[in-house]
Write a protein that binds this ligand. Structure first.
Ligand code: CUA
Length: 343
């Protein structure tokens, strides 16, 4: 009998065990709010911890009372009377009203303080202002004071707060880099401010955190934090690369163009050139991922150009078939694009 009961209980616990096993695989270090790498995420983790302690405190007290009542008022052998019915207790009602209010105050004060602190980008604006525009399904990062625009990868200096102005070209998206800070919405026609801070150099993963369409889950980006000197150099190199690209393509001296460059100018430039309609490709070869989530290699790039819808449903980029770009030209174009590096 006991064995049967124990077996039944274990069977019931099985799904929980399996779930725990499954979920323990979750949590990439570059994508975990529980492993903060910047000031914003640290502030938020403190609040997460505080609310966990509050909840554990409530859970412990409720469990103790529950177990005590279960044992004390358990029906004894031969006890067939209906227990005395009690209704209403001012003291108890006061206690279970006042305690939750106090707990909410304990949670609310640091939460409101942090909310104000995280939204205040005044100090950060002195360091760097970056415009973040969300699009279906890619991110544009524009450094207005520096004349630099990037797609899919946000480069920031280490150890400094940088200010972000967030907006959207189409629907509501949400900017989220879990290890650096919380989510802030990108709303069309509006600007939201926040700041970002990274403690050490590295690459951190970002996600769109607002359901925005069929490829919402693929709307990934990266934040690359560089030491100040490397950051300054990156800005300079980006600017130079962009200027060189513009000069080269404006020269109209097509004889100097490589085959890949020709195909690029004819087919890609009208959208990708300014980096406003489609992601800037100035440093495309440096990117960690293709389309935000694919391995950055020639095979994927060619597949992407042929049929982007297959890899990112709902993307605005049109595909190019063999009559538009031949296999040979596509290969040249892919080589040219993968070679567009500044690092
Ligand atoms: Cu953009 Cu979800």
């Amino acid at each position: 009998m006991v064995v049967k009961k124990t077996g039944k209980m274990l069977f019931r616990l099985l799904p929980i065990g399996l779930m725990a096993l499954l979920l323990s695989g979750c949590g990439i270090p570059e994508l975990s709010a529980l492993q903060p790498r910047g000031e914003g995420a640290e502030i938020q983790l403190e609040i997460i911890k505080l609310s966990l302690w509050v909840m554990l405190f409530v859970l412990a007290i409720v469990t103790v009372i529950y177990v005590y009542v279960l044992m004390k008022f358990r029906r004894k052998k031969g006890d067939n009377e209906v227990p005395k019915q009690v209704e209403g207790s001012h003291t108890l009602e006061m206690i279970w009203t006042v305690i939750p209010i106090l707990l909410l105050v304990v949670l609310a004060v640091p939460t409101i303080k942090a909310t104000v602190e995280l939204a205040d980008a005044k100090e950060a604006k002195k360091n760097e202002v970056i415009n973040v525009t969300a699009n279906l399904y890619w991110w544009e990062f524009d450094y207005p004071d520096k004349g630099v625009t990037t797609g899919q990868e946000l480069v920031i200096p280490v150890g400094k707060k940088v200010a972000l102005n967030l907006t959207s070209k189409d629907v509501i998206h949400s900017f989220w880099v879990p290890v650096l800070s919380g989510k802030t919405d990108n709303n069309p026609g509006l600007e939201n401010e926040m700041w970002l801070h990274a403690k050490e150099a590295g690459t951190y993963y970002g996600k769109c955190a607002e359901l925005c369409g069929p490829s919402h889950a693929l709307m990934d980006f990266k934040v690359i934090a560089l030491e100040q000197a490397d950051y300054d150099k990156w800005l300079e190199d980006m600017k130079a690369a962009k200027e060189a690209e513009t000069k080269q393509l404006d020269a109209k001296n097509e004889k100097n163009w490589s085959k890949g460059e020709q195909v690029y100018a004819q087919n890609c430039l009208s959208c990708h050139g300014g980096g406003k309609v489609a992601p800037s490709l100035t440093n495309f070869g440096d990117r960690g991922n293709l389309a935000g989530y694919l391995k950055h290699d020639k095979k994927n790039l060619e597949d992407w150009i042929r049929d982007p819808q297959k890899l990112k449903q709902g993307t605005k980029m049109p595909g190019f078939n063999e009559s538009q770009i031949s296999d040979e030209d596509l290969s040249e174009l892919a080589d040219y694009l993968l070679d567009k590096k500044i690092q």
